[in-house]
Design a protein around this ligand. Structure first.
Ligand SMILES: NC(=O)c1ccc[n+]([C@@H]2O[C@H](COP(=O)([O-])OP(=O)(O)OC[C@H]3O[C@@H](n4cnc5c(N)ncnc54)[C@H](O)[C@@H]3O)[C@@H](O)[C@H]2O)c1
Length: 315
């Protein structure tokens, strides 16, 4: 049995709890949040012991794994504290708020011989897994480029306010949602990020960017454009992969459409959440005594390095 501590009982925790519920040999035994309301919602659902100080939870509880889903500026200190207690870590994306923050987490987890798994879940998402299978089959030729657009109201009242303070979030729509686009590019290409250029836009009076246009080049030559627009209520998130002999389109709803040179599309509806498979894989690995993460600290760092570069070099 893998006993889990949940630190951060906000929006993402519902999906995590639902996923862990489906895993036979995993249980959330302790939970922590500063918000009484969020904490109560989780402890009532799971029966977990309640904490308002995550350091107390990590010190008192005998847990095998901690799931950290805190505001981004706390990812580093919570991860390092858990590592120093010898507890394996599943850390929600984005890994941290700076390159130095991420490098420190990697170092401290390595020194303490604990697993550091960063929650970039796209390689566990059935729609993206199907796209990757099509790419790797070679039937559509070799991959050339990628394009993703994400339109939404990033400043909706339902968004927790810490997301809008750079000091707490590390940035706006790019570090929060552009991180998913970079995850997809890494997964589809099987390569690391070589370079990124582009422009971020910050509305007057705001602290973090609302829109982004970025051009990304991977080390193996795969390239892509990322367009993020946080100023509209109309949600859309289409992704396209162009190959030498075809094209793959993936919609936000999990529809995967693909065609060869004849231009005739076939379509398949896939599931869209990778959370269950991701956490099941984490638990299975730990039960087998394998602390090698599928998504490592170096993977998370590659994404943060690119985002930081975009922020610094925005034209
Ligand atoms: N993988 C995904 O698709 C996905 C989706 C949503 C969010 N996330 C990530 O999950 C993390 C959390 O996001 P969210 O949307 O759940 O945010 P949220 O604001 O809803 O939840 C964060 C929680 O942390 C609590 N908190 C803040 N400081 C604390 C402290 N010192 N000690 C204990 N609790 C504290 C807050 O009270 C809040 O309940 C972020 O890293 C976010 O980017 C990932």
């Amino acid at each position: 049995m893998i006993n889990i501590g949940l630190i951060g009982c906000g929006k993402i925790s519902a999906g995590q709890i639902a996923a862990i519920d489906t895993i036979e040999n995993a249980k959330i035994v302790a939970a922590c949040d500063l918000s009484e309301e969020n904490l109560k919602a989780v402890t009532e659902k799971t029966g977990a012991r309640a904490y308002t100080d995550y350091k107390e939870l990590l010190t008192k509880e005998k847990i095998d794994l901690v799931i950290i889903s805190l505001p981004h500026f706390l990812h580093g200190e919570a991860t390092c504290f858990a590592a120093e207690k010898g507890i394996d870590v599943f850390l929600e994306k984005p890994m941290g708020i700076s390159v130095a923050d991420c490098k420190n987490m990697i170092e401290v987890c390595r020194e303490n011989n604990v697993m550091l798994w960063v929650g970039h879940a796209h390689c566990f998402n059935p729609a993206y897994m199907r796209a990757k299978e099509l790419i790797d089959s070679g039937k559509l030729g070799s991959p050339i480029s990628f394009s993703e657009t994400r339109n939404m109201d990033y400043f909706a009242a339902s968004r927790p306010r810490w997301f809008l303070k750079k000091e707490l979030s590390g940035g706006g729509i790019m570090i929060n949602l552009g991180a998913h686009c970079l995850d997809k590019m890494k997964f589809f290409s099987g390569s690391e990020i070589a370079d990124i250029h582009g422009q971020v836009h910050i509305r007057e009076g705001y602290d973090v960017e609302d829109s982004v246009q970025a051009f990304v080049r991977m080390k193996n030559g795969f390239v892509g454009t990322i367009t993020l627009v946080g100023n509209t209520a109309a949600y859309s998130n289409p992704t396209t992969v162009y190959l030498t002999k075809g094209e793959i389109r993936i919609s936000a709803g999990g529809m995967v459409e693909y065609c060869g040179c004849d231009g005739v599309f076939k379509s398949e509806q896939c599931e869209t959440s990778g959370m269950k498979l991701q956490l099941k894989t984490v638990v299975e690995k730990l039960e087998a005594g394998d602390k090698t993460p599928v998504i490592s600290g170096d993977y998370g760092l590659d994404i943060i390095r690119a985002i930081t570069k975009l922020y610094e070099k925005s034209i």
